[in-house]
Design a protein. Structure first.
Length: 1240
């Protein structure tokens, strides 16, 4: 689908990706790029300057809901999709694919595109709009050599690889080694994905092979917050693109060369090769070697060979390659073969990472056969092989196995010295002799095979026949091949293994391929080797001439010599720059942070819908019955009455449950022929029998008949789900999946079948499994569970655990750890509790080794295995199997309750069938009510936020309020959450400094206490200080020039305060004969933001609201309080000006030595009672006694903590704050306390 790229420059730059139906709009949020507190002192390479993650607004909606009139086309070529967002040098770039071509078609409707041009569109600046975007391939190609390698990566050493912010990234992404598909999940092999995917879900991809995972993750996170319908719309739009790196190619096989002939159609077959290079430990040849602590290895590649025919037959075979999985390094050198190898960790320190690597392989692929091609003659390669061998021997995948089970090891090793074996006259042709060493594993691993079959399905009450692919076989093992570089030798041997797998497949169908078919196969593998070698080493693969033509010529040898010389140059001089570019693409450079995307409208609506879900949804109780039966390959039970099992005597409300799930094991007798093919006829035969039994019971109780919803089968294991017809309207999204297990893939009857459904809005997963047999093989059964739980996937990569309710049923094969005699005795006594205490499944679950968080109801029935046929007697044969509860039912979920759990007396098998009934609470949503509420919430929210959206028209007055978009209080009345720019505890002028009130007006903080309030001290917190007075008058300092003289008041004076100014002047002598008085300001009430006075230059400083600095004892500063006045600030200094005629200003501009401000919650006092200095009360206590030495009493404390004087602006002996630690020295002051009050 073509995507238009549109841009808007004013008032804020925004980019829109528009399809015919929807639009994705992104806009950079400049106010949100400040540092969020995460400083990284080691940040390099990006010029981030310590800034935090860039933030962008994003909006996805229908094309009719977005106003694109202000947008213009940015590029003449439409885009094919976006790879994501990346920040380079503080600029945010949107990465778009604007050039691609189809290179592969796996199956009809599944195409692969190769990227050959990308565009970087800047969200923060228009400087790059016309740069490197004028043509599809906008950079010169004369520096690309014959092998397709870009020689300009090295460049000059003094130049950064980011000369243009994205030049190196453009070259890397446009190198022809990246591929994407809009039709299917390209990161997963066919076996792990379903065929009915309508769209590709970006969040279901395998991140290990997703090379744009770092760039696309912000958009994936945004998608996760969308409503389900919007998610589907975004997926179907094709805007989000997933890219792999490696190789993809399809070659057409004409009918004349095709091994499988299709009569009548004349359509050709196709053969496809896909290689997926892992991005976990990506890098160049000498910069990326060995393994890391997470078990990821360098140059790890999964390669899949696919053969498809028009008849619907699809063959797939997968193998992997990767560096030797130990910690080792190799330095580049100028002489080929002389680069020194260094093993950097001990065996003990390496084993954990080694085990992680192979455990991940075993979970993903099954059994593993390692093919090591290192030399036995080169000492450095010998050392690596010895370490490799030792770690394989110590691997837990081989623990606890008897010598007789050697052929069943999950990890095998074959060492094959490629150079020594091909040194003879046969040359590289001798490499094919490796087949004799690996043939057994190749046969046991099998391959993936699916065929299209006719299947009956019910639509609208009518039964129709549809063709759908059915899985016949699954690949249950993997070859892991390696040499030193995992390039040349590895590619040739992998070609041989791929050919072996195709020959096994064709031999099972009694077919043979022509020579032309094999030539096409070899040519495709040669191209694959060249592509992977260019990525890792910089040149094409050596020995590709032999791989392509089957023989080595002189020209091929000369080409190999030239490639070796070119590799030496590139590895020594160019790889460092290439490595930096790869690390930047993957987000691994220091200081790189992903872009943060947010949608202020949609995020709020989704949260509000979840909170108000009760308005459009309700719950319902449904009943589910599940039954499991190991048939032992018998069919005589199809005529038996299955009612005791499927229609048990239970509560009337559960007589006809809404859903019935029936699982069978060993539905067919196992033989080599049966293992290689699945016969659906036997399953369909039992489905008809089960349905007949259920409908007979439904008719008896007057209920609707049962219809089969879906069935699935893997060899001898099958699962069928039946639903009452009246419940079909509530069921949707029905899917099935299979997972084959078994001992190294050799036991074809073991595995699991799962079916998921959604009843209303509750997801239910039903799994039937047949686990490994054997009394002592409980560890293998645990491993089977792990393989099924992790490996079984539904559409969109849903796993078993991704459901609200999960029910497992089947033959789990866990035994009772007692002797046969004791078990039979306890069974006869009915002591089931003693038996259960020794049950392997119970013990393993208690230990947390299998089925974590699952529950099982109390077992009230005797062991269900093993009986003599048609009797109630336990096994009397020579083997004398110990009775055990092999057949079990487990559950998981918060909305499920088990009612019954029992066995049924059906005797035609050596097992007894088991059933269980459940009550499940399901949620049903009224979509119409939900849509109406959603539309209303959208409308309300858009009115609140206005145009503060990605596609809005917000003007230049963008403010901090943008940070609060999307924030809602969890409870009414609570403030919005704080951000890096706004603190809710400072809103509405609240001070940053906590205040404490003294016990009374006569108390002050004890200056003898330590400054740290949490330090233990015997000193009290407060001390009582009585006020003192003095009969000695003190003059008032002259007022500020040009302002009215301030009036002074004494607290002990009873004179009318309105006469304070005149009285003070009359009673005071010449200024030279009297010391200055200490003065204290009455601080007005703290104003609101709206009434805050301007600063010195006439503008209100918003930062003044946040400044809270306490007084310092050494500075003795006097904090001042600005008055509510609009005049400029002036510096108050004592001077003898004329009598003022203007009102004084209390706004004093602080000096450099005292810039702090203290605010009081006390209201402004218009007047303060004054007592003349000379008329102190006779009852006042004086500390010094005498007229000259007496100190005035302290005024009542108002809790402001204001100082009494100041060094710089008050000319006193140094005023102190009441909160200071040191005692005040009042001896040299003016023997009185006065308050400066503004004139009227």
């Amino acid at each position: 689908m073509s995507i238009r790229v549109l841009i808007k420059d004013y008032p804020h730059r925004a980019i829109a990706l528009a399809t015919p139906t929807h639009a994705l709009v992104l806009r950079h949020s400049s106010s949100a790029t400040e540092n969020n507190g995460n400083y990284n002192g080691s940040s390099t390479s990006l010029g981030s300057n310590g800034s935090g993650a860039a933030r962008c607004m994003v909006e996805f909606s229908g094309i009719q809901e977005v106003d694109l009139s202000d947008y213009r086309g940015l590029h003449s070529v439409n885009a094919h999709g976006t790879l994501g967002l990346i920040t380079v040098n503080n600029d945010v770039f949107l990465v778009l694919v604007n050039g691609a071509s189809k290179v592969a078609t796996v199956r009809p409707g599944e195409t692969v595109q190769r990227i050959h041009s990308v565009g970087f569109f800047c969200l923060t600046s228009s400087s790059y709009d016309a740069l490197l975007n004028d043509e599809v391939n906008p950079y010169p190609t004369d520096t690309i050599d014959d092998e397709g390698y870009e020689m300009g990566f090295g460049g000059r050493k003094e130049q950064s690889p980011l000369e243009h912010p994205c030049l190196a990234l453009k070259k890397l992404l446009s190198s022809g080694t990246f591929y994407y598909s809009s039709d299917f999940d390209l990161t997963r092999r066919i076996q792990h994905r379903t065929t009915d995917n309508a769209t590709v879900s970006i969040d279901s991809l395998d991140a290990g092979f997703l090379w744009n995972s770092y760039m696309i993750q912000p958009l994936v996170d945004f998608r996760s917050r969308l409503a389900p319908r919007d998610k589907e719309a975004l997926d179907s739009s094709g805007i989000l693109t997933s890219a792999i790196r490696g190789f993809a190619l399809t070659v057409t096989v004409p009918t004349s060369s095709a091994p499988i002939k299709i009569s009548g159609t004349g359509m050709p077959s196709s053969m496809t090769l896909i290689s997926r290079l892992s991005c976990r430990r990506a890098g160049t040849r000498f910069n990326s070697r060995g393994i890391d602590d997470d078990g990821n290895v360098a140059n790890y590649v999964e390669t899949e060979t696919i053969y498809w025919t028009p008849s619907g037959v699809c063959f797939s075979y997968v193998q992997v390659r990767g560096s030797v999985p130990i910690f080792w390094e190799q330095q580049p050198g100028l002489l080929p073969g002389q680069q020194k190898i260094t093993i950097t960790r001990s065996d003990e320190a390496t084993q954990p990472a080694f085990d992680k690597h192979f455990e991940n392989l075993e979970i993903s692929y099954g059994a593993i056969h390692v093919v090591n091609l290192l030399s036995n003659e080169k000492q450095q390669e010998v050392d690596l092989s010895q370490k490799y061998r030792k770690h394989i021997q110590n691997s837990p995948l081989n623990y606890g196995r008897e010598k007789s089970d050697r052929e069943h090891e999950l990890l095998k090793l074959t060492e094959y010295d490629f150079h020594a074996e091909t040194r003879g006259p046969g040359g590289y042709e001798a490499a094919s002799l490796i087949a004799r060493w690996i043939q057994n594993s190749a046969d046991s691993f099998g391959y993936y095979l699916s065929e299209e079959v006719d299947e009956r399905a019910r639509f609208g009450g009518e039964e129709r026949i549809i063709r759908r692919p059915m899985t016949i076989l699954q690949q249950e093992g993997i070859f892991r091949t390696n040499c030193l570089d995992c390039l040349d030798r590895t590619n040739l041997v992998q070609t041989i293994i791929s050919k072996m797998a195709l020959e096994v497949f064709l031999s099972h169908k009694s077919l043979r391929a022509s020579q032309d078919f094999w030539m096409r196969h070899s040519s495709m593998w040669a191209d694959n080797g060249d592509a992977l070698s260019r990525i890792y080493a910089g040149t094409g693969a050596l020995k590709s001439s032999f791989t392509r033509h089957g023989k080595m010529s002189l020209a091929g040898a000369l080409a190999d010599a030239r490639k070796s010389a070119t590799r030496m140059y590139i590895n020594n001089f160019a790889d460092k720059g290439r490595q930096n570019t790869i690390d930047m693409l993957l987000g691994r450079l220091m200081g790189q942070l992903p872009v943060h995307l947010y949608d202020p409208v949609n995020d709020f609506v989704i949260a509000e819908l979840q909170r108000r879900s009760a308005e459009f949804s309700d719950t319902e109780m449904i009943n589910i019955l599940v039954g499991t039966f190991n048939l032992n390959g018998k069919t005589n039970g199809v005529t038996a009455d299955l009612s005791p099992w499927l229609c048990p005597d239970v509560d009337p409300s559960q007589q006809c449950p809404e859903i019935v799930a029936v699982g069978f094991q060993e539905i067919v007798e196992l033989s080599p022929q049966q293992i290689m093919a699945t016969d659906p006829d036997r399953r369909e035969l039992w489905e008809r029998t089960v349905r007949k039994t259920l409908n007979r019971n439904a008719e008896k109780h007057g209920k609707e008949e049962y219809v089969i919803l879906r069935g699935g089968q893997l060899v001898g294991c099958s699962l069928s789900v039946f639903v009452r017809a009246d419940c079909l309207k509530h069921i949707k999204n029905v899917e099935g999946s299979l997972k084959k297990t078994g001992m190294s893939g050799m036991a074809g009857n073991k595995g699991a079948v799962a079916i998921r459904i959604e009843y209303g809005n509750t997801s239910i997963c039903l799994v039937t499994a047949h686990l490994a047999a054997g009394f002592a093989n409980y560890e293998e059964r645990n491993r089977d569970y792990k393989v099924i739980s992790h490996g079984l996937k539904f559409q969109r990569n849903r796993g078993i655990e991704d459901h609200d309710t999960v029910i497992w049923l089947g033959d789990f094969n866990y035994r009772i750890g007692l002797s046969n005699e004791k078990v039979q005795k306890l069974c006869h006594m009915g002591d089931l509790e003693s038996l259960y205490d020794n049950d392997q499944l119970n013990l393993q679950m208690v230990a947390g080794l299998t089925f974590p968080y699952y529950s099982e109801a109390r077992i009230t029935f005797p062991p269900t295995y093993k009986y003599d046929l048609n009797s109630d007697t336990y096994d009397t044969s020579e083997k004398a199997r110990i009775p055990a509860w092999c057949d079990r039912v487990l559950r998981k979920g918060d909305n499920i309750r088990q009612i019954h759990y029992d066995a049924a007396p059906l005797r035609f098998s050596d097992h007894r069938p088991v059933y269980a009934t459940f009550q499940v609470i399901v949620q049903r949503v009224d979509e119409k009510k939900k849509d109406a509420l959603k539309a209303e919430l959208f409308r309300q929210r858009r009115e609140v936020v206005g145009d503060t959206r990605a596609g809005g028209r917000l003007g230049d007055d963008e403010s901090d309020d943008e940070d609060l978009l999307g924030y809602e209080s969890v409870e009414p009345g609570l403030p919005p959450a704080s951000s890096d720019r706004r603190k809710w505890w400072l809103d509405n002028g609240l001070p940053a400094k906590a205040r404490i009130q003294p016990p009374s007006d006569h108390h002050i903080p004890n200056p003898q206490r330590p400054s740290n309030p949490f330090t233990p001290s015997p000193e009290p917190d407060w001390v009582d200080v009585q006020r003192m007075g003095s009969n000695r008058s003190k003059p008032e300092p002259p007022p500020t020039r040009g302002s009215q003289r301030a009036r002074t008041m004494d607290f002990n004076d009873t004179t009318d305060p309105r006469m304070s100014s005149t009285t003070s002047l009359q009673k005071s002598g010449p200024p030279s004969q009297q010391p200055p008085l200490a003065r204290k300001l009455i601080v007005p009430t703290f104003p609101t933001h709206a009434t805050q006075p301007p600063n010195f230059d006439g503008n209100r400083d918003a930062l003044d609201d946040l400044r809270r600095t306490t007084s310092n004892a050494s500075s003795r500063s006097l904090p001042t309080r600005p008055a509510q006045q609009t005049g400029p600030q002036v510096l108050r200094k004592p001077a003898p000006p004329p009598i003022p005629t203007k009102k004084p200003s209390l706004v004093s501009k602080p000096s450099a030595s005292h810039t702090s401000q203290q605010y009081s919650d006390e209201p402004r006092r218009s007047m303060v009672e004054r007592r003349p200095v000379g008329n102190a009360n006779a009852n006042t206590n004086y500390m010094d006694g005498g007229e000259d030495g007496a100190k005035p009493p302290l005024p009542p404390r108002t809790g402001t903590g204001l100082s009494a004087g100041s060094n710089g602006s008050r000319r006193g002996a140094g005023g102190r704050n009441l909160m200071d630690d040191e005692p005040e020295d009042l001896g040299s002051l003016g023997r009185g306390w006065e308050v400066l009050q503004p004139g009227r």
